[in-house]
Design a protein around this ligand. Sequence first.
Ligand code: ADP
Ligand code: MG
Length: 209
Amino acid sequence: MTLGKDWAIAWIEGCVKTVSEHREELIELDRAIGDGDHGENLDRGFTAVKSKLSSADVSNSGDVLKLVATTLMSTVGGASGPLLGTAFLRAAKEVTAENLGPRDLVAMLEAGLAGIQARGKADEGEKTMVDAWAPAVRAAEKAAKDGLAPEAVLRAAADAAQAGAVATGPLKATKGRASYLGERSIGHRDPGATSSAYLLEEAAKAAEK
Ligand code: ADP
Ligand code: MG
């Protein structure tokens, strides 16, 4: 089994929905260690994505992800817009086939993480979205190496991202706005890691349909 344009569209439609459903939660998380706008930023971005996607002429998964990238970059304020925009843009560049298999999905996730790190310069453990993406990439790599199907690769990535997001709670932030709080950032989950886990969950759900 492979994944194509329909999967990419279902994934992004899932992102629109999950971001809207978790808007308040993400605002609360960002209020604790940032400036309280993360839920609003992402909701604005994905609402714009929804409207563009409904009228755009997309011919493959790469087009879908490119549309997401440029829209997030231009509509999401804050740190997360350019970071996620870069992730989607780099992932889009890895789409070289009509239908994506386990290796393609791993390459996309690896490229997404590399994009986030190229832009944000954060390493794992600094309490940022990298703490969701890095374990997700490792889990996807392992699943693909074990010969699992595309939906199982994405499921492994999503579950690892979620665990990674939860594990940001006890960390002290050393990158991004939360780092201004120093020790006081400890005990709160990172909003960006949390939202990235939600986005990756939708990638898995869309593949499992
Ligand atoms: P802002 O911090 O500008 O208000 P958002 O609230 O939309 O932007 O996003 C905050 C999230 O962005 C953080 O929770 C964190 O996950 C992520 N982030 C911030 N700086 C970085 C960075 N340098 N590298 C990776 N992720 C980062
Ligand atoms: Mg913020």
